[in-house]
Write a protein that binds this ligand. Structure first.
Ligand code: NAI
Ligand code: MG
Length: 398
């Protein structure tokens, strides 16, 4: 196969070491690629007033596949305070570059698998019958709509007159908020479109069919959020009935789901949700399989073939300046495996996954999180593996 070019976007904080180590693993596994660095993150917000420079957009447009570490985001006002006086005069408003990337390229399908690794000391356990300790096997894939909903960015504080007037046409707005001065109102919208909702639902059902999952669970809140969650569930019913009659369709409410996932996580297969609830439920399941050090994700647009692959964790600023990086690179390595699957390099992906599984099962090399230590600069002295040592262990298995 022709050599691939991958846009490597380390971003901020621990995004850098986890991405560096992942590229070493990819090289060791024989993935024939070159990497061009894409600028993204806080540094570029501060120096250029844009955390997602156009040159990075152009690189992704050209090469289509990106590996992304993590970025630091801060609230609007705090972000503005960090700009130089010159940039401040331009009245720039910070918005998250990763959310921007998703929207720019319509990376509307986000996939977050969470599966148990044999021997991971962080696996969830629960008390079973007769007080026996059970370690349920988790094998869940969350499909999160990645571009709309509460993260769609359509929001106001002290909304403009036209928006306020439109809201005042709704009887519930009048009865609940009609007496509140406009200046005291903030609004964040939750917009779902039929097109995007159908795409995420179909992606979830197709995945369930391809990998023999018995159920697809729509995890929303249609009993209360009737229009958006209600539309998603209704569309799921129609799609299931016509095209996927052999797959069960379940319906859970996000709040109850967060309780059930520690009671019976083995019951769930594919889960599909809007943007915010998908974000929440995927972190919930990630907690059962070892937490953020293990939580990987893919986001892509099946039409354009553009995909960006990233761990779900952030930049963990408190660990960013350690001389020796202590964080677990597995989430980033597994995200790179999702990239390999996406570009049909399935054999290399399978080899890396096997190597990771072997390292975890063997239990000799464990980062601080797996060693149940508090994240401090001295964890390596105390016997935890560093980021580099974990990558070395995976490479040795390869
Ligand atoms: P975070 O994910 O950066 O860190 C939370 C905690 O999780 C860390 O303090 C650490 O204890 C643990 N952790 C995270 N990654 C780990 C790893 N690979 N190995 C071991 N332990 C790990 O979330 P936090 O602290 O809420 O946010 C920090 C910054 O990251 C913020 O500026 C936030 O906006 C940003 N962020 C960026 C994301 C992205 O780039 N997609 C996603 C989430 C947060
Ligand atoms: Mg999240």
């Amino acid at each position: 196969m022709a050599k691939r070019t991958i846009v490597a976007m380390p971003g901020d904080g621990i995004g850098k070491p986890v991405l560096n180590e992942t590229i070493r693993v990819l090289d060791a596994a024989g993935f024939d690629a070159e990497y061009v660095e894409g600028d993204i993150g806080w540094e570029f917000w501060k120096s250029e007033g844009n955390p997602l420079p156009d040159r990075t957009i152009d690189l992704i447009k050209k090469h289509k596949i990106g590996l992304f570490g993590a970025i630091t985001s801060k609230p609007k006002d705090a972000a503005f305070d960090e700009l130089s006086d010159e940039l401040k005069q331009k009245k720039l408003v910070y918005s998250s570059p990763i959310v921007g990337l998703r929207q720019h390229f319509g990376l509307d399908i986000c996939m977050r698998p969470c599966h148990t690794y044999t021997g991971n000391p962080l696996n969830f356990i629960r008390r079973g019958v007769g007080d026996a300790i059970d370690e349920p096997l988790v094998d869940v894939v969350i499909f999160r709509q990645n571009t709309e909903g509460l993260y769609g960015g359509v929001e106001w504080s002290n909304p403009p007159e036209q928006v306020y007037d439109a809201l005042m046409t709704h009887p519930k707005f009048v009865s609940n908020f009609g007496e509140t001065p406009k200046e005291e109102i903030s609004v964040s919208t939750r917009i779902f479109t039929k097109r995007a909702t159908e795409r995420i639902l179909r992606a979830a059902f197709e995945h369930a069919k391809k990998y023999n999952y018995k159920s697809v669970t729509v995890c929303e809140k249609p009993n209360v959020i009737r229009e958006t969650s209600g539309m998603m569930f209704k569309m799921a019913q129609e799609i299931q009935k016509v095209d996927f009659p052999n797959i069960d369709l379940w319906n859970t409410n996000i709040d109850a789901q967060m309780m059930w996932l520690t009671k019976n996580p083995e019951d769930y297969g594919v889960i599909v949700a809007g943007n915010m609830f998908g974000d929440i439920v995927s972190d919930g399941f990630a907690g059962l399989i070892g937490g953020l050090g293990f939580a990987c994700s893919a986001q892509f647009n099946p039409d354009s073939g553009i995909g960006v692959f990233e761990p779900t964790h952030g930049s963990a600023p408190k660990y960013a300046d350690y001389d020796t990086s202590i964080v677990n690179p597995i989430a980033m390595i597994e995200s790179a495996c999702m990239m390999l699957d996406f570009i049909n390099e399935n054999d290399i992906a399978a080899r890396i996954r096997k190597a990771v599984a072997e390292v975890i099962e063997e239990g000799k090399v464990r980062t601080y999180d797996m060693s149940k230590m508090r994240g401090k600069a001295d964890v390596v002295e105390k016997g935890a593996a560093s980021t580099v040592e974990m990558a070395n262990a995976v490479i040795a298995k390869l």
